[in-house]
Design a protein around this ligand. Structure first.
Ligand SMILES: Cc1ncc(COP(=O)(O)O)c(C=O)c1O
Length: 409
């Protein structure tokens, strides 16, 4: 059985299919491997009367019809090219062909779909490195897939993969089908080193996939472009996709592009893996409005705006970290601050206090209408609040409130 629907021409654009021992067909769930690719007959003909899909020829019934809605053909199922979105993001991230790019309903759909494609319920496991993004755990539970945790190690103030431990676990547990590496991490804000990602990709005893979640990648990419950090070092793992068959890199428009409400996530991988994901997903999961706004964001103007805004957020983050340094009873800012948030310790009697962090978080939200995230229950994050970097005014309000609350006896 081979993977149905793979574009051989696009696959030939891979420079390698490393590592040699990786065999995608061996890890795809058998029921998924046999799925036929979804094909819309509209691709086959040039027609102007559409009576094939039980749509409503009278158009969308909207209380308030708008010019914007009229541009989206809302009474039609979305076209497979999603208004050029797939091609635009393929170009932006330097992939060789659109067949290397999967679009999902947020990267949360990408994560869940990977479980459904590759991890057999009740049999297989995935490896995560906490503290990390909670959805890996949720998707594992939903899909009845086991979870193996190898905690990140604190390297100074930055979090890093415990490579020897991960490799040892992969060597001894053949039921692990995916390793999730979050870079920059949430809530750690730490970009993972290239060497650590490559060490897992090249692990001779591991036959599964390595998923690098790069939801926040534009922040370190922009710092690199500004010459502030990571100059001359590869920041994203996307350039490894054409040579590593066992790599999936996920990204999203929810963060740097400011489109969390649009729900557009992306996965980059070699064409056979992308084809498996496309064969499995629901055909029209991405809505026409999502495709419309994503295409706007990925235009030259949209990308320029995203980059300018990312620079602003990087500067706001610097100012926020500086201001937090002057707040009484706040401890260290943990992680490497590679994303659009800051992870900071709340202290009691000079020690990180999760109890006090929880109290402060509650009071801030309930009594002052300002919400941050309490991450103090996460491994390695005792006493920690995660504060998203907002506008200078929002950040100043957060700092003033923390100063008021933490300055009290
Ligand atoms: C690391 C990480 N991955 C993925 C996501 C989800 O992104 P999306 O909005 O694309 O589903 C988030 C959201 O906070 C995240 O922090």
């Amino acid at each position: 059985m081979t993977i149905l629907g793979v574009n051989a021409r696009a696959n030939s654009l891979c420079t390698a299919h490393k590592p040699d021992h990786f065999d995608l067909e061996r890890i795809v769930r058998p029921n998924i491997l046999s799925l036929q690719p979804y094909h819309t007959v509209r691709d086959d003909f040039q027609v102007n009367v559409l009576l094939d899909a039980n749509e409503n020829s009278y158009g969308p019934m909207l209380g308030e019809p708008s010019e914007l809605a009229a541009r989206m053909d809302l009474h039609r199922y979305p076209s497979p090219d999603l208004m050029g979105t797939r091609h635009a993001i393929t170009q932006l991230r330097g992939m060789p062909d659109d067949a290397f790019t999967f679009l999902g309903v947020g990267s949360d759909e990408v994560i869940d779909l990977l479980f459904r494609c590759f991890a057999r319920p009740g049999h297989d496991k995935v490896l995560i490195c906490p503290p990390t993004y909670p959805m890996y755990k949720v998707s594992a539970a939903v899909n009845d897939v086991g979870l193996v945790s190898v905690p990140l190690i604190l390297d100074g103030a930055s979090f890093a993969v415990d490579v020897p431990k991960v490799l040892e676990v992969l060597r001894t547990d053949p039921s692990i089908k995916m390793v999730f590496l979050c870079s920059p991490g949430n809530p750690t804000g730490s970009l993972l080193s290239r060497e650590s990602v490559k060490a897992v990709l090249d692990c001779p005893d591991y036959h599964g996939l390595v998923v690098v979640d790069e939801a926040y990648i534009d922040f370190p990419l922009e710092e690199q472009a500004m010459g502030l950090r990571y100059v001359g070092e590869p920041v994203s793992a996307v350039d490894l996709v054409p040579s590593y068959a066992n790599l999936v890199v996920s990204q999203t428009l929810s963060k740097s592009f400011g489109l969390a409400g649009v729900r557009l996530g992306v996965a980059f991988a070699q064409p056979p893996t992308i084809q498996i994901m496309n064969n499995t997903k629901a055909p029209y999961s991405i809505s026409a409005p999502s495709a419309y706004f994503a295409a706007q964001a990925l235009s030259a103007e949209g990308i320029a705006k995203m980059r300018a805004c990312t620079r602003t957020i990087i500067e706001n983050r610097r100012q926020l970290i500086e201001a937090l340094g002057g707040v009484p009873n706040l401890g260290r800012v943990l992680g490497n601050n590679d994303a659009n948030f800051v992870l900071v310790q709340v202290l009691r009697d000079g020690e990180p206090s999760s109890e006090r962090a929880s109290d402060i978080y509650q009071v801030m939200a309930q009594e002052h209408g300002l919400m941050v995230r309490n991450r103090s229950a996460e491994l390695g994050c005792a006493g920690c609040l995660r504060i998203s970097v907002g506008t200078p005014e929002e950040n100043a309000r957060a700092v003033a409130l923390l100063t008021q609350l933490l300055g009290e006896a």
